[in-house]
Structures are given as C-alpha cells and as structure tokens.
Design a protein around this ligand. Structure first.
Ligand code: UN1
Length: 522
C-alpha cells in the first residue's frame, strides 16, 4: 500500500463532485464490474505535480476477459432496434450534460487544459450524442436499380462487432465520445483504452455511461474500459475479437497499429500527427487573423492535433502581423488552468517539457530567430507544474523537408516563414508528410477558390478565415497522408462503424444472370 496522503482541496473537491474516492486505489477496468489486476499507475496533476490517484490497470488477462464480455454484449445489443439505441445515447447525453462542469474540471485537473476548454470538450461529447441520436433514425442503406427484371439490390448496413478506441491524453473525453456515440448508434460494443496519463477522466466517464446502461438492463461491457499502457494496447490491436480499431496518437505508433490491424484484415481508423499551417494573405482582416492564429498556436498550450505549428505570412503584412502577435504572446500569464482568467496552463507531462526544450535547442542550433519565448517561466503559479513559454521562431530555411518543418512537435512552438505568392505558400502547406488541418486568411474570393480546389490544400480540414483548430462535430474530422486518412465524428464517418452488405433479391419466377451470361445446359 502506498502511504496515506492528503489531497489538496483544489483536487479533492473536483474528485468528490464525481464520487471518485481519494483515499484508496481505484479499479481501472470495467466490464460490467470494476476490477483490475495489472500494474498500478499514478495520475499526476500537470499543474502542481501532485499525485491525484493510484489506479490498478488491466493485465493482459483482464483485457481478454473484458473482450469476451464485450463480444457477448455486442451479440445482445446488435438486435436492439437502432432508434432504441439512440434513446440510450439520449440518456447518456443527459447525464453528461448534468455533470458538464464537474467533468470539465476533472479534465482540467488531470490533463492541464484550461477550464473552458475542459468543459468545451465535454460539450463536444454532448454534441456528438445529439448527432448520434438523430443518426439512429437515419443510418440508411440504399436500393440500387438492378439490370435484371424482378430483382432488387439493397445496400444494407448492419452492426459491425467490437470497436476498440485507443485515445490520447490531449482530448481524454471528446475523442472517446466521437467513437462511442457512433459505435453505439451503429449497434456495436466498445472497449476503451485511454491514455495511461488520464485514467481518472476515463473512470469518471465510464461510470456515467455504466449507470445509464445498468438502468436500461444492458450489459456494462457495451462500454468497457481497460486502462494501462502498451501491453493493453497490444492485446486489443492484435485480437481477432476486435473488428475496428480507432487509434489516436503519434505517427510512429500509428504505423505499428495500422500494420498490425491490417495484417489480420481488421479495420482501422487512424488519427495521427498534424503539422498544421495558417497562411495569411495581404488582404486578410488582421483583427480576425491575429487572434485566430494566437488561439491556434497557444490554445491547449499547443497540444491539439490541430494546433497551428507553421505560419506563412505574406511579405506585405508580415512585420505588422508579427508585432501584433507578439503583443498577444506577451500578455499571456501562465496560471492555474482551473482559474477562469487563465489562458495558458501547463504542458501535460515533464516529457513534453523536455521535447519543447530540445526543439528550442535545435532551433538555436540552426540559427533560427526566436522572436518570443524559448524558455520556461521564472515565476510559475506552482512549483511542480510543467509550464513553458509559447515560442515564435523564424527558421532561416524554408525547405519544408527540413526536420524543423516536417515533424510535429507537440508543444507551443510556432515556426514562421515569409512568402510572396499564394502558390508558394500552398506548396509549403502541402510539402510535409502530415495532412490534418490548414487555414487561409483572406477576403479575396479568388484565393478561396484556389485554396479549396484541386491545386489547393491537401489536408483533411481546409478552413478560410477560421483557425486550424476547434472543429465542430458535424463534419467528419481527420487528416490525409501520414495523418492516417481516418475520419471520425460527423459527416459520413458513421459508415465505417457498420458492416455493409449488397443484397440482391430475386422476386421473379426467372433466374437470369447478370451481364447477359448464358449458362444453360441444353
Ligand atoms: C485532437 O486534437 O485530437 O478540432 C482533436 C479540434 C477539436 C478536436 C481536436 N475539436 O481542435
């Protein structure tokens, strides 16, 4: 047992509002029952360094057991009519909405993002539940005209099976929400492996869903939870009992996950690195563009997949833009992300601080101009917090294959380059391996056409006068190229969570073959 410790009142209030006990080890596995026999991990607050809780994670045997329960739950749930499944989602939505502030605060406590973003992320889960409730009456197939008389061809969506969701630390609620909502509407069972550094949030979310399932006499394993690290992920990714793996994380791990899933002919949705650019034209409204880029680069302390990492400024407006942007950066004060006035919280882990520091060091080694930041803060609100200064740098080279431009650093570092023609900036936008999000700031319709057309941005998200981050749930979310081509959330994303069948039905008294083929014995 670990020694008794007293939790700060800052943390204990948030945990108790969600009925999370702070005086004992928590079970990090749920399959209808709370359990866990794997390693113990600690949830550490990024703001203060305090240990928030100790959690017993899943052993490989726990994962297998949970998978068995999850499959049984799927067998039961697939026969529940879709609108009835929507009703379950409506109830989950209600429960989440009732706990919106409390859950948002927990995200802030455990992940470190500021409170309005923590709450916003819970809102994103609520929104996708609304969407999936509607979807539960609209997951339509099609009737295709047959070339044969007295025949109909139907394209039919049916439930798929078990969906494993492997989510990242930076959106510990919303990304699971996108997947769970579509997966349940489609009639599947879900098993969730959250990031090992945000176990408390996953336990709180799972408890809320479990209550709804139990009230409706449905098995808890419909929304199973297996906390833990790589060994847990490996079992899920390798298991034939998992039809679809939805993975959010780095390109490095995504490559391993994608290959493992395809080698057993499973389905995957990959949401990997972003290396997103904003382009600012001389005709842009700078009163929108400057704060837009500021939020894109500094919001969530630069820890969104969609964060703005590259900024391409037209030569005519570059000096003014940078001056105004630096003014905003200078006004930032690091603070407790729970405090409503704070815009800049800590990075999630000390490892992220190291990554930030080594990238800044590299920028110095290549003689980049560091216009702002480049170090930690001398005065931070808490001694144990992972605070760093958001950084603006102008590398000498604009060769996009150079490491500084072509790799995603998950920290608030914005690299700037100056261009003369939009075509050049679009070429830079597209010249990196990743293709998640992109944004153009302009008032000229001709630029908009170029940007969104065949020779425009090759990213999955192509915005105009809106930053790279902060997408709504209604459109499908995801990126191209090394971002993995996955799509989640709205749009047609639901179509990946079902198995499609083409059903030819002959209701005539003849049995003609298609394409006029003759196969008669005469
Ligand atoms: C992520 O960073 O993994 O568009 C998801 C956004 C959010 C989701 C980001 N709605 O920034």
């Amino acid at each position: 047992m670990h020694p008794k410790r007293r939790l700060s009142s800052r943390a204990s209030g948030i945990l108790s509002a969600l009925n999370i006990p702070s005086n004992k080890e928590l079970s990090g596995v749920y399959d209808g029952q709370w359990k866990g026999s794997g390693e113990a991990i600690e949830s550490v607050c990024p703001t203060t360094g305090e240990v928030l809780a100790r959690i017993r994670t899943a052993s490989p045997a726990d994962v297998s057991e949970t998978l068995t329960k999850t499959r049984e739950a799927y067998f039961q749930f697939r026969d529940v009519p879709a609108p009835r499944r929507g009703e379950i989602l409506r109830q989950i939505r209600e429960k989440l909405a009732n706990k919106r502030e409390e859950l948002g605060a927990l995200v802030t406590l455990e992940m470190g993002k500021i409170r309005s973003e923590g709450v916003g992320e819970v809102q994103e889960f609520i929104d996708i539940c609304d969407y999936a409730v509607g979807l539960s009456r609209m997951m339509n197939g099609r009737i295709v005209a047959s070339e044969r008389p007295g025949h109909s061809i139907l394209e039919v969506p049916n439930p798929l099976g078990v969906v494993a969701v492997l989510s990242a630390f930076n959106f510990p609620v919303a990304v699971y929400g996108w997947n769970l909502a579509l997966s349940l509407a489609a009639g599947n069972a879900t098993i969730w492996k959250p990031s090992p550094t945000t176990p408390l949030t996953s336990i709180a979310v799972t408890s809320i869903i479990a209550e709804v399932l139990s009230k409706n006499n449905l098995p808890g394993a419909l929304a199973g939870l297996v906390t833990g690290g790589q060994p847990v992920g490996e079992v899920l990714v390798g298991s034939k009992e998992v039809e679809l793996v939805s993975f959010t994380g780095s390109e490095r791990v995504g490559r391993i996950v994608g290959q493992a899933v395809v080698s057993r002919f499973g389905k995957s949705i990959l949401e990997l690195g972003g290396n997103n650019a904003s382009i600012v034209m001389p005709d842009a409204d700078l009163s929108l563009a400057v704060p837009g880029v500021f939020f894109g680069a500094v919001g969530t302390a630069g820890q969104r997949c969609t964060s703005t990492r590259r900024l391409f400024l037209h030569r005519d407006i570059a000096p003014e833009f940078l001056q105004r942007l630096q003014k905003l950066y200078a006004s930032l004060k690091p603070g407790d992300p729970l405090d409503d006035n704070t815009l800049l919280g800590p990075l999630h882990t000390p490892a992220a601080v190291n990554l930030y520091e080594s990238t800044v060091e590299y920028l110095r080694s290549i003689d980049a101009d560091i216009l702002f930041g480049g170090k930690g803060y001398e005065m931070t609100p808490y001694y144990g917090g992972n605070f760093v200064q958001p950084t603006i740098a102008v590398p000498k080279s604009v060769e996009m294959s150079d490491r500084i431009w072509s790799t995603e650093t998950f920290a608030p570092i914005l690299n700037v380059a100056i261009f003369d023609e939009l075509e050049e900036a679009i070429r830079w936008n597209n010249a990196v391996p990743q293709g998640l999000s992109s944004s153009l700031w302009t008032r000229d319709l001709r630029n908009v056409g170029k940007w969104t057309g065949p020779s425009g941005s090759d990213a999955g998200i192509v915005n105009v006068n809106a930053g790279t981050s902060g997408a709504e749930i209604g459109a499908s979310f995801g990126g191209n190229k090394s971002t993995g081509w996955g799509r989640e959330s709205g749009g047609d994303a639901w179509k990946q969570y079902v198995r499609w069948s083409a059903c030819t039905i002959n209701f005539s008294n003849e049995a003609p073959l298609a394409q006029g083929v003759n196969f008669n014995i005469e």
